[in-house]
Design a protein around this ligand. Structure first.
Ligand code: SF4
Length: 682
């Protein structure tokens, strides 16, 4: 095949690249302007890896044995029918992923509701973006992570980055921040914090109080944008009833950040001609994540930033299709176009597109963590189909998730590598990789991108769309209801999304092939797209944004005598999410081959640990083993672990599954732990 222009398979920046065979070269695309990170440069390796899966496998006497596609699909369909016959439609569940293309996410939601009739579907985006999505919908009436192009940041004087570490997780992004005065909010001195003019390091789980303190300083300093608040927002008075008592000195006592630094941050933002507030996982992955993101949005609104050209609020999405993956129906409560499953008009419309009766569509189901918790339990699903996710490593309290998976009557995993979840499956279905198929993704700025087929997949491999088609036919669905061609699926998605918040009806493969920059909503065929949302009005019916009253609550779990430290988790440059892909790439794995725990040398020594020792990090839920990495800049009562590693090195063995009440996102970012030598002697 000739050289093909495409996009990186990993994070939501979706850097432009070209593929010549499996050889990657960077491409001049607005978000990356010719840059790639190490993951992008090495992303071709997996396409030719001998470790990729090419044969369906069925567990026989405890071992996975190769079988034909027909045998595997017949077996799965028969078991699904049996399980549903005994336990009802909700006896079968589906778990999707934020890396799946829009077409796959859409068809997965349709397959669950139409072919299986189950309400039990959710996806791993619940672990990484749902709090910002919930906060954005509350504040603005719509959730598009960045409602402006990434390149707009180039003109910013000041950017506040709360809980985001793009210098490590998406390095090409930082070129848009060159020359900008950065305020970085992070408990750790990350590579991004190193770039900052002002680094605010709150105690973990206290950034909501920090946002309240800075907002108070904005008002106290006379910087409230009163005309913007009057003309474009509502709810300031209700919000201020709480924020008024969060003077910076009080916030200092809770967060450990000095009142002077809060006032300095307020001054910098207020005096900037162009300023942005950006949030990411550090802000979201808390049991109060929605409220915490809401607090940062309140700050942005008080300064008059959102919906103003050259300024704004945005959220940095993490997974490759984290944005599109949360718009078209693989969420427990959702129909395509960001419609709600409990909205009668939405049900009627989408059922009409699907050619079924609206009354046949199930209602909302369990969210990801609750779904995994219910597997194999009384009234819970007895079968699970997993697409594009590795929950054994990525879900909170992961040993319990592993236990739940082992209690299922049927676990089916579609993947292209034998992830830790696939290794537990009764049936493994080998599927195509990103460069072996066409498909669209929606990047962190809401731009719909076409990832083109650049390689012929190896014999024996089928696409996820083929898998859904094959199962649907065997479950009695008419031929044609589950197409296998990505463009055909997209044509249906366009219609299904029409009139929804995330309206893709004017996007087409032809327009994308022609290189048009289409940011949703694109409601007509000749519509130019919407690179900047909210310039005239927000998406609430009255066109106004909402301040949301939020109060500091702190972490769900505090340190005590037995667990005196706090642990936080995150990513490193070389690995992506659960690491199922990047751990197979030699150049990446050689740099970071195993789990480590960053710890202040004094804290390590008190636990009897030296640099390079294996440490035991233990919480009330479990323990993990990681190599000690002395980090002088870390607070003495904090440790950090990446979450990319399997087995006993899983950081998620100890994380807290406490859920945000609105987004149902778990509290990955903070829990109480102890640190000791592996034999627990110290
Ligand atoms: Fe890929 Fe993200 Fe790295 Fe860009 S920043 S090369 S999209 S992983």
């Amino acid at each position: 095949m000739p050289q093909v222009d495409t996009h990186c398979p990993y994070c939501a920046l979706q850097c432009g690249m070209s593929l010549d065979g499996a050889r990657v070269t960077p491409r001049d695309f607005p978000v990356n302007a010719g840059g790639l990170c190490q993951k992008g440069w090495t992303s071709g390796s997996l396409l030719t890896s001998p470790k990729r899966l090419t044969t369906p496998m069925l567990r026989v006497n405890g071992a996975l044995e190769p079988v034909s596609w027909d045998f595997a699909l017949d077996h799965v369909a028969r078991k699904l029918a049996e399980i549903q016959g005994e336990h009802g439609p909700d006896g079968v569940a589906i778990f999707g992923g934020g890396g799946l293309t829009n077409e796959k996410a859409y068809l997965l939601g349709k397959f669950a509701r139409v072919a299986l009739g189950t309400s039990q579907i959710d996806y791993n985006g619940r672990f990484c973006m749902s709090s910002a999505a919930a906060a954005g919908i509350k504040a603005f009436g719509a959730d598009r992570g960045m409602p402006f192009p990434v390149t707009d940041l180039k003109n910013a004087d000041v950017v506040l980055l709360a809980g985001a570490n793009p210098a490590e997780t998406m390095p090409p992004f930082t070129q848009h921040l060159r020359g900008t005065d950065l305020i970085v909010v992070d408990p750790r001195r990350t590579p991004t914090a190193e770039l900052a003019g002002l680094h605010l390091a709150p105690a973990p789980g206290t950034d909501l109080a920090l946002a309240l303190g800075i907002l108070h300083a904005v008002v106290e300093g006379g910087h409230l944008d009163q005309s913007y608040v009057d003309d474009r927002t509502g709810g300031f008075a209700e919000m201020w009833r709480i924020a008024a008592s969060w003077w910076p000195e009080r916030a200092e006592r809770v967060t450990g950040v000095s009142a002077a630094d809060m006032r300095l941050a307020a001054e910098k933002l207020a005096n900037a001609r162009n300023a942005y507030v950006l949030t990411a996982r550090g802000t979201e992955q808390h049991a109060t994540g929605t409220a915490t993101v809401g607090a940062w949005i309140n700050l942005a609104l008080s300064l008059g930033l959102p919906g103003r050209k050259g300024s704004g609020y945005g959220c940095l999405t993490g997974q490759g299709n984290g944005q599109g993956g949360r718009e078209h129906g693989q969420k427990a409560d959702q129909l395509p176009g960001y419609r709600k499953l409990d909205d009668p008009a939405a049900r009627e419309y989408v059922a009409g597109v699907w050619g079924v009766d609206a009354g046949s569509l199930p209602g909302p189901g369990r969210s990801a963590t609750e779904l995994l918790e219910a597997l194999g339990q009384e009234n819970g699903p007895k079968a699970l189909l997993v697409f594009g996710s590795n929950v054994v490593v990525s879900a909170p309290r992961s040993q319990r998730v592993q236990d739940r998976l082992s209690e299922l009557d049927l676990l089916v995993v579609a993947d292209f590598v034998l992830s830790e979840t696939a290794a537990m499956a009764d049936v493994v279905l080998p599927v195509t990789q990103w460069a072996e198929e066409d498909g669209t993704l929606t990047n962190l700025e809401g731009r719909v991108l076409l990832r083109r087929k650049a390689l012929t997949p190896p014999p024996g491999v089928r696409s996820d769309l083929d898998v859904l088609h094959g199962l649907a036919l065997r479950l009695g669905q008419p031929d044609g209801r589950f197409p296998t061609d990505a463009e055909t699926v997209f044509e249906e998605l366009r219609i299904a999304s029409k009139g929804g918040v995330a309206d893709y009806s004017g996007v087409s493969y032809d327009r994308l092939r022609a290189g048009e920059a289409l940011h949703w909503p694109v409601p007509e065929n000749d519509h130019p797209g919407t690179p900047r949302m909210f310039l005239d009005a927000f998406a609430h019916p009255d066109g106004r944004a909402r301040f949301v009253p939020v109060e500091h609550a702190g972490p769900a779990e505090l340190p005590d005598e037995e667990f005196p430290l706090q642990a936080t988790t995150g990513r490193v440059l070389q690995h992506y999410q659960s690491g199922a892909q990047t751990r197979l790439i030699g150049e990446l794995n050689e740099v970071v081959p195993e789990a480590f725990v960053e710890v202040h040398p004094d804290t390590a020594k008190r636990a009897g640990l030296e640099e390079g020792d294996r440490a035991l990090v233990r919480s009330r839920r479990g323990e993990t083993v990681a190599k000690v990495r002395f980090t002088q800049s870390l607070k003495p009562d904090l440790v950090f672990l990446p979450f990319h590693f399997p087995g006993e090195q899983r950081a998620n063995l100890f994380t807290n599954p406490a859920l945000d009440p609105v987004s149902r996102m778990p509290e990955f970012k903070v829990c109480a732990v102890s640190l000791s030598t592996v034999d627990g002697a110290a």
